[in-house]
Design a protein around this ligand. Sequence first.
Ligand code: ADP
Ligand code: MG
Length: 223
Amino acid sequence: AQELLIRSEQLSIAGELAAGIAHEIRNPITSIKGFFQLLQSDTLKNNTYYDIILSEIERIETILSELLLLAKPQEMNLVSINLCMLLNDVIVLMDAQANMNSVLMITEFETEELFIKCEENQIKQVCINFIKNAIEAMADGGKLVIRLEKKGNEKVLISFIDDGCGIPSNVLDKLGQPFYTTKEEGTGLGFMVSKKIIENHKGTVTIESEENKGTKIELTLPL
Ligand code: ADP
Ligand code: MG
């Protein structure tokens, strides 16, 4: 237990450091991007490398924004939020990507009002990450069930159940390790950051997955 404690302490220092560096790099990157885009109008117009450079800058921005989520807010600003509304908001946000991939999102909410205290934007980000992973796992379309239920008087359970490619055991072992991705355009940060956010909220994340069948991500949060 002592060892685990030390390890989680080290991980949280590493997370803070990563977020701190991300914060420092973000401003210069934003300025490089801005001035680079200004250049396009004259010298770089129609240069084939322009798009590559811009998309690489945007890739850095994606990685930075995910790393920034690792910073524990100085003071967690917990607000009472209706999870049904939060999930519906996220679903609207992800609708275009789901449609484009022929993924049908189905909600199964036990009630219409389920309030928890949380950092709203962080929990939104977590839901976006899991939905995005599910959509990306269903290359030929499929079904994603998003279920919300109360577990006793103390917990809520949110499940994301997809019928996508599933996670092979060698990938499952590495899930949660920073930068581990099987995707060409992946960052390998989404899962780790999401798990960290849920744990900061004193919740849990569990995965059940079968190759070629699908994946179920369950997260609990205290009421
Ligand atoms: P990224 O999405 O950028 O690759 P993540 O940390 O979100 O990074 O996920 C890491 C890896 O876990 C993915 O590359 C993928 O192989 C696997 N994975 C995560 N969620 C799912 C899912 N629902 N179905 C299949 N594989 C998944
Ligand atoms: Mg992801």
